[in-house]
Design a protein around this ligand. Structure first.
Ligand SMILES: Nc1ncnc2c1ncn2[C@@H]1O[C@H](COP(=O)(O)OP(=O)(O)OP(=O)(O)O)[C@@H](O)[C@H]1O
Ligand SMILES: [Mg+2]
Length: 355
């Protein structure tokens, strides 16, 4: 039948057509569902499509990310809490399970749940009842649980980081959202729909992509998938100056990560990611300082940030010592692409687009 308009999913490639058929099937069931896929690949839009095609469609679709909150807050958020259950709980809260009553609860990044919460979620799936924090009475809930993960859960189970019994409960049904690099046929249509949305927001005509630009987009590895494509096009549209989107706007993407690297990126834990980002930022800043012969005002201009922001950055990266004062730096050159110098503000621009 194909994706419907309101689902907002672009995907006519063979892998996305196959996914659409599976979405239609799993929507007929009430069993828990696990949606797997790399970061930014569209796990949430797919989960919404399942809900929208299910008998629960008139009831709420409630989404919560397990990566966003510390354990105790997440527990209270999901299961609810009684008044006075913890400091700050001035009122009782029903919790997302009850808010999703009759509908679907989307548990995003389920692998980030602590062992204690994993146990609690398992109990809800087994009994169909939730116990609010600080309360003794269990409450029946009628909710379909759809969980998502960008990790290889069986591997986490082997490593003892995810409960096997919970994995089996959640993964009764599974959907795999393919990475963008495996459905490049969809990229032109995706790009078009994103540019159309951007233009609509700004009340302008959509900017056309040149053939050369499309070539660059098609030869990139897209470790951050559709979300990364959105980010890249948004920023390109901002710097295109109203004309066409030329290849030069995307030069930053020209060195594609290999699929292996892309997978590695997708599997990074937050700590590793932060370390890698800091390392890249450090190299950029040092290169700018070196080119400015150690002159911080000049280096800041080169990076397109204020001198104060540069000082803060140097301190944060532990680079405010002697070596940088002289602008001397033991590392190899990195090139600063033009786009990076002009775009964004503050340390924002130093992020690789891949996240
Ligand atoms: N096939 C698609 N067609 C159109 N837009 C899409 C498609 N897939 C994803 N998107 C868009 O890309 C962005 C990321 O999608 P979504 O949040 O569903 O991905 P995710 O896998 O849950 O990502 P994350 O790992 O960041 O949570 C959203 O803005 C979504 O609307
Ligand atoms: Mg998501």
């Amino acid at each position: 039948m194909g994706w419907s308009r309101e689902e907002g999913i672009v995907g006519e490639s063979p892998v996305m057509r196959a996914l659409e058929e599976r979405v239609q099937r799993v929507a007929q069931s009430d069993l828990p569902l696990l949606v797997r896929g790399e970061t930014g690949s569209g796990k949430e839009v797919v989960a919404r499509a399942v809900h929208g095609r299910s008998r629960r469609r008139a009831q709420p679709f409630v989404s919560e990310s397990c990566a966003a909150l510390p354990e105790t807050l997440l527990e209270a958020e999901l299961f609810g809490h009684e008044q006075g259950a913890f400091t700050g709980a001035t009122r009782a809260a029903e919790g997302l399970f009850r808010r999703a009553s009759g509908g679907t609860l989307f548990v995003d990044e389920v692998a980030d749940m602590s062992p204690a919460l994993q146990a609690k979620l398992l109990r809800v799936l087994q009994t169909g009842e939730v116990r609010p924090v600080g309360g003794s009475a269990a409450v029946r809930v009628d909710v379909r649980v759809v969980a998502s993960t960008r990790h290889d859960l069986p591997r986490l189970v082997e490593a003892g980081r995810f409960r096997q019994d919970l994995y089996f409960r959640l993964a009764v049904l599974e959907l795999e959202v393919p990475p963008l690099r495996e459905r490049l046929e969809d990229l032109p249509a995706l790009a078009h729909s994103i540019l159309l949305a951007v233009a609509r927001e700004r009340g302008e005509e959509p900017l056309p992509l040149t053939e050369g630009a499309l070539d660059v987009l098609l030869s990139y590895g897209w470790p951050g998938n559709v979300r990364e494509l959105e980010n890249v096009l948004r920023s390109a549209a901002l710097f295109a100056g109203g004309g066409r989107l030329e290849a030069s706007l995307f030069r930053i993407l020209s060195r594609s990560p290999s699929p292996a690297e892309a997978e590695e990126d997708a599997g990074l834990c937050y700590q590793e990611l932060r370390e890698q980002l800091a390392e890249r930022e450090r190299r950029y800043v040092l290169a700018a300082l070196r080119r400015a012969d150690g002159n911080k005002a000049k280096a800041a201009r080169r990076l397109g940030i204020t001198r104060y922001a540069l000082y803060r950055t140097l301190r944060r990266l532990g680079l405010d010592g002697e070596a940088t004062r002289a602008g001397v730096e033991p590392e190899t050159e990195v090139s600063l692409p033009r786009e990076r110098r002009r775009t964004g503000s503050g340390s924002e621009r130093l992020k690789p687009v891949a996240v």
